[in-house]
Design a protein around this ligand. Structure first.
Ligand code: HSE
Length: 410
């Protein structure tokens, strides 16, 4: 029997227990022996529920029980998760986590401890919820050099942008609705500011580069400045606005990474990813493009990925299977040197401003107008560097209403 201790009986923790209860027989067959949740660490007692007898309040109980071979950390946040995970690994217990904050901050160190102890630290559920992207990168795609990963890695913002587009609604109204439906937190900052997607693309960037990529180094812009009018322009141009996370390799191990709203067109597979769904497009130098699509959050999809990792660890109790990344931080290429096209919205009339705009952004720029609006217009720049855009746009800072990158992930 494989005995597991689950740290935290919140949404994901209860999902893990449910997945094991529902599919336990099949899972046991796949492992070759039964899988048993022996303990659940939580500060609540859950009296009168089926898990009542498994609840413990002291982490020590799990740490010091030699029967526990696998610890499942689904507490979230850095502490006490980091301390518990590190202690578990040092005690020779494999660990599964769904905690992206922990992996993004301490992944390299925890992977290294697991390797030294010939056990495993797995975290499939930390990126893309139920989508098997990390295992795919580590197993199926090992023949390739991964050149680029683009993804919609946050379900909350994808839901909000989809709603704004479909219902012709403003950001604030859609946020309120997402909060009412439980898709957005009461404090929505991590999602709407792009931080959640940023941690996830940092983890994927660390995996493909083999070095620690700090999420603080990734240029990150959320969706808070996107308005209904921006979406109207996007529609007119045949685009959708999506919060895209990109990690792109340049010349060897140089990476460009960004999280920001982009206008994407129909030919881009992520154009079709709507609502709370996530998608990750991986470009390999042999494979070409492959897209992984599915539920990026939610109790059972996330728990499914966690239990998949438990199965992997149970089958590899004393065999380290996870590639490591080095603790030395990879210096990302300067964001100002990334090349882009920008959609720019300008207050005023094209007649009055076209000459000046053409002087700065090129003679080929064309205006885009919204029906019934004669007080503003938009245009798309040619491909220019982010830094150049910043410099040139300063001249027009009093009349530029917004600017959104247009798909060209350099
Ligand atoms: N808030 C996250 C999302 C949950 O919306 O995708 C999963 O990390």
């Amino acid at each position: 029997m494989i005995n597991v201790g689950v740290l935290g009986f919140g949404t994901v923790g209860s999902g893990v227990v449910e997945v094991i209860e529902t599919n336990g027989k099949k899972i046991g067959k796949r492992i070759g022996e039964p899988l048993n949740v022996k303990y659940i660490l939580d500060y609540k007692d859950f009296k009168g529920t089926p898990v009542e007898n498994k609840i413990v309040h002291e982490f020590k109980t799990i740490l010091e029980d030699p029967e526990i071979q696998i610890v499942v950390e689904v507490l979230g946040g850095i502490e006490p998760a980091y301390t518990y995970v590190k202690k578990s690994l040092l005690a020779g217990k494999s660990v599964v986590t769904s905690n992206k904050a922990l992996v993004a901050a301490h992944g390299a160190e925890l992977l290294s401890i697991a390797k030294d102890n010939n056990i495993n630290f797995l975290f499939e559920a930390s990126v893309g919820g139920g989508i098997p992207i990390i295992r795919a990168l580590n197993t199926s795609l090992t023949a390739d050099e991964i050149e680029e990963i683009d993804g919609i890695l946050n379900g909350t913002t994808n839901y909000m942008l989809t709603k704004m587009e479909e219902d012709n609604a403003e950001y604030e109204d859609v946020l309120k609705e997402a909060q009412e439906k439980g898709y957005a937190e009461r404090n929505p900052e991590a999602d709407v500011m792009g931080y959640d997607a940023c941690r996830k693309i940092a983890i994927l960037s660390s995996l493909i580069s083999g070095h620690q990529v700090d999420f603080e180094d990734i240029y990150c812009e959320g969706i808070t400045e996107i308005t209904k009018t921006d979406i109207d322009y996007a529609k007119k141009l045949g685009y959708k606005i999506k919060l895209v996370a990109v990690s792109k390799r340049h010349f060897g191990n140089h990476l460009h990474a960004i999280v920001a709203p982009f206008m994407v067109g129909k030919e881009n597979p992520i154009f079709h990813v709507d609502g709370v769904m996530n998608a990750v497009v991986v470009r390999g130098n042999m494979l070409g493009d492959a897209m992984f699509y599915g539920a990026g959050a939610g109790k059972l999809p996330t728990a499914s990925a966690v239990v998949g990792d438990i199965v992997d660890e149970a089958k590899n109790l004393h065999n380290n299977v996870m590639p490591m990344w080095k603790e030395e931080t990879l210096i990302l290429d300067d964001y100002a040197s990334m090349r882009r096209k920008f959609f720019v919205r300008v207050k005023g009339t094209w007649e009055a401003m076209s000459k000046d705009l053409k002087d700065y952004f090129g003679k080929d720029i064309e205006p885009v107008f919204l029906d019934g609006r004669d007080d503003e217009f938009g245009f798309i720049t040619p491909i220019i560097m982010e830094g150049d855009y910043e410099t040139r746009s300063k001249v027009f800072k009093d009349v530029i209403l917004n600017r959104i990158r247009v798909e060209f992930y350099d």
